[in-house]
Ligand binder design. Structure first.
Ligand code: NAD
Ligand code: DAU
Length: 328
């Protein structure tokens, strides 16, 4: 298959590209704006064409989509805290960018897969969201992702575009930018920096190993029914404090590094997805959290060359703005 992978230089996108080349022999073009989160080195050694451009730029998109059988859209601003501090790029990329891609898919007669998130459903105290649950997003990040999903649905309904949506739960694994909980805590633990836990740390997330999400996206692209939404949740739920304690164990750091800091405004307490529909299509997760977290910590230990330039660059200023303190 010839794929246009938008946002393929980011965390999940680059893992997806690696998996498709390795297991399916796809031909891949990546279109990526290369924001702070999009990194050329994530695609190092892979046989792909990287087009540097924004999904909201119709000319860049028209060029990149030529000859593609399918378009997979990972491109997004993805950090909830940044969406609270500076929402504008979230609105532009998710609303305008998704619109430009949908038009391009329509013109090219290509299939379209929108990568979305469990956050569009909001928080759930008990039980799990199904695809029939209403969208009730809480943050500028999740609200603009929900808006993009609705736009995709409108192109299916109005224009008959063969599009599907995959809503994933919290991903973790190699190449994740260290603003997100797991890589941030791993790198801070390895450096002896405090581990900033928001509020009481009892928020629950449904952890999904990044390769499992990539396999689900490929599976839905090949076997999903056009117009349908598929939830893709990880096999395990875990409270943040438990995640942090496991990271301390795996890195050999001490509990005294844990520091409770002010909570995220509007913080969603719990996410949980029912993945029955994608399981019925033939996918299931292969990696449990205990195993995946161990692999992830090992990867960060062994890939100092990947994270050192990040942790010593602009990231330091971001960290100081976000947490009001400097990294060691
Ligand atoms: P990421 O922040 O690591 O990567 C995002 C990528 O998109 C980067 O390469 C960035 O340069 C690119 N990008 C951003 N704006 C762009 C634009 N306007 N034009 C072109 N490229 C642009 O994100 P990620 O964690 O890999 O997430 C990928 C997708 O998966 C997103 O759509 C996100 O909403 C969704 N998702 C993420 C998770 C998670 O836990 N990380 C879970 C479910 C769904
Ligand atoms: O659920 C899927 C979503 O997961 C994706 O759509 C988002 O792109 C992705 O960023 C992620 O959102 P979260 O807000 O759940 O992930 P984050 O890693 O930012 O935070 C996970 C939990 O950890 C959350 O409850 C907030 C908490 N946290 C996070 C950070 C960065 C802390 O306690 N301290 C921190 O420093």
């Amino acid at each position: 298959m010839k794929l246009l992978v938008c946002g393929g230089a980011g965390f999940i996108g680059s893992n997806f590209v690696r998996l498709r080349l390795r297991d399916h022999g796809d031909e891949v073009v990546v279109l990526d704006k290369l924001t702070y989160a999009g990194r050329r080195e994530n695609l190092e050694g892979l046989d792909v064409e990287l087009v540097h451009g924004a999904i909201e730029d119709p000319e860049a998109v028209a060029k990149a989509v030529e000859g593609a059988d399918a378009l997979v859209n990972f491109a997004a601003e993805t950090h909830v805290d940044r969406s609270i501090a500076e929402p504008d790029a979230f609105v532009r990329t998710h609303a305008l960018g998704t619109y430009v891609l949908l038009e391009a898919a329509r013109a090219a007669g290509a299939r379209y897969l929108q990568v979305s998130t469990d956050e569009v459903y909001g928080s759930i105290a008990e039980g799990s969201f199904t695809e029939a649950s209403p969208v009730a997003p809480s943050s500028p990040y999740s609200a603009t992702k929900a808006g993009a999903d609705l736009l995709v649905a409108s192109y299916v309904h109005t224009f008959g575009l063969p599009a599907v949506i995959c809503r994933g739960s919290n991903n973790y694994g190699p190449f994740q930018y260290p603003e997100k909980l797991i890589p941030l805590m791993v790198l801070n633990a390895l450096h002896g920096d405090p581990l900033p836990v928001y509020g009481d740390g009892m928020q629950v997330r449904n952890w999904l190993y990044v390769e499992d999400f990539g396999r689900a996206i490929g599976h839905v692209l090949e076997h999903g029914v056009p117009g349908e939404v598929y939830n893709v949740g990880g096999p395990d739920e875990c409270a943040n404090m438990e995640v942090v304690r496991r990271i301390l164990e795996l890195t050999g750091a001490g509990e005294e590094l844990i520091e409770h800091v002010p909570d995220r405004p509007g913080h969603d307490r719990r996410y949980s997805l029912s993945s029955d529909k994608v399981r019925a299509l033939g996918w299931e997760p292969q990696v449990h959290f205990a195993e995946g977290l161990g692999r992830t910590v090992d990867w960060y230990r062994e890939h100092r060359d990947w994270w050192e330039p990040i942790r010593s660059g602009d990231y330091r200023a971001y960290y100081e703005r976000q947490y009001g303190r400097r990294l060691a």
